[in-house]
Design a protein around this ligand. Structure first.
Ligand code: LMR
Length: 415
């Protein structure tokens, strides 16, 4: 019998958040609680189709649209609206920003990584430790020759951002090295830099002439206000990329912003996103944009239509846009409420330890501080599912299950 390389490939585990969802679905316990994957759930812990999205679907249904191919770079009207949402209507008109529609945030990150690997040629990519696990996988796949340098992000003793550690590590970057940043609602820690800290981070990045990749997956989830959550991105644009007269100052090597509509429009399965390429003043983006488009052609040929139509319909209509802004607030506020409910319950039952960080953290997740062993116990003994690093997706909690989860946490912490 002849051997085959296929037979030599080891069996790999499924990506953790998807493995947890699969395990949760087959769990027959009536007590099961899903705090694993980063998806919003309503107060009944069910998927929520945003009212703005429902209304847009109905409008599109009446229009009896066709299903032709989009252009390789996507729908121009969607791209413009996506750019405005992220950068504001003034910045988004600037000629040094070009947009390609992508297969959600993952597709944008993959396109960014493959573009950087091919054209920016960094020695290193600086990725936060911890981060969304797919960042490691994407850069490993798209740029296997690029060293992944983890920058400290979280101080687990103080339960806060390790700002000093982060900046110290970024100081080691060399020209054209890439740094991946979360502009808001950091996944998984729920801790963001303050505005002053962002200013210092920007200064280091410019001085070291690094190339910035922002991964914007949670715009709206940090504060409930999409404009406030885009502050870091707009700040970078304004100080580095808006004005030719600043070109005497040190500038980053360039900037890409990856934008996902999975979470803030609840369009998880529709795979809608965008990549925005920003070039330094006085540099033409046109050549770079054609290279991006060529990569997109090879990776996806052209992007998906339905979700782009939904986002475009909502962002093009004042009334639907207001409904969407309210929808985002609804999600952000519910998560804030369950943070408070979990912390209060843990304190009411006198669970050992300090649980105030649950309310200090922002966005979709709490980085609980539970150990891998405690997380395993929660799954095996209590049917409560969350990531092994202790990340809890907060909207899986509601009035019905919060006491059960708090008691289970107390049990595993104190056993
Ligand atoms: C998560 O962080 O759980 C989500 O973004 C789903 C994923 O792709 O891992």
């Amino acid at each position: 019998m002849s051997g085959s390389i296929l037979g030599d490939l080891p069996v790999l585990p499924l990506a953790e958040s998807f493995a947890l969802t699969a395990a949760y679905k087959t769990d027959s316990s009536p007590n099961k609680v899903n705090l694993g994957q980063g998806v919003y759930r309503d107060k009944w812990c069910q998927p929520w189709v945003l009212p703005s999205v429902r209304a847009a679907e109905e409008l599109l249904h009446k229009e009896r649209v066709n299903h032709e191919y989009l252009a390789i770079q996507g729908d121009e009207s969607f791209n413009q609206k996506a750019r405005e949402l992220l950068f504001d209507s003034r910045i988004s008109q600037q000629k040094n920003i070009r947009t390609v529609q992508t297969i959600a945030g993952t597709g944008a990150n993959y396109l960014a990584a493959s573009f950087c690997a091919r054209h920016i040629r960094p020695k290193k990519v600086f990725i936060s430790n911890p981060t969304w696990d797919n960042h490691y996988e994407i850069w490993k796949t798209a740029g296997p020759e690029i060293t992944q340098q983890l920058y400290p992000y979280y101080n687990s003793n103080e339960r806060c951002l390790d700002f000093g550690g982060m900046v110290k590590e970024l100081e080691k970057g060399e020209e054209n090295d890439v740094v991946v940043l979360h502009p808001c609602a950091h996944n998984p820690t729920g801790h963001d830099p303050t505005r002053d800290q962002w200013k210092s981070i920007a200064e280091v990045i410019a001085r070291r002439r690094l190339f910035v990749v922002f991964d914007s997956a949670y715009q709206g989830f940090a504060s409930g206000d999409p404009d406030a959550d885009a502050w870091a991105i707009r700040h970078f644009y304004s100080i580095f990329f808006s004005d030719v007269s600043v070109s005497q100052k040190p500038l980053p090597a360039g900037m890409i912003v990856c934008q996902s509509f999975s979470k803030n429009f609840g369009l998880y399965g529709e795979r809608i996103g965008a990549l925005h390429l920003v070039s330094p003043p006085s540099v033409s983006t046109q050549g770079a944009f054609t290279h991006l488009t060529q990569l997109a052609r090879a990776q996806i040929s052209c992007p998906s239509l339905f979700g782009a139509r939904i986002v475009n319909t909502i962002l093009s209509d004042n009334s639907l846009r207001q409904t969407w802004e309210q929808d985002v607030k609804t999600m952000a506020l519910r998560i804030r409420d369950v943070r408070s409910a979990l912390r209060s319950e843990l304190e009411r039952i006198e669970t050992k330890g300090d649980w105030s960080h649950i309310e200090r953290q922002i966005g979709m997740f709490s980085y609980t501080g539970l150990s891998r062993q405690q997380v395993e116990m929660l799954k095996n003994q209590y049917h409560i599912y969350m990531l092994g690093n202790g990340r809890m997706s907060m909207s899986g909690l509601n009035e019905e299950n919060v006491a059960y989860v708090a008691q289970a946490i107390k049990d595993v912490v104190e056993c």
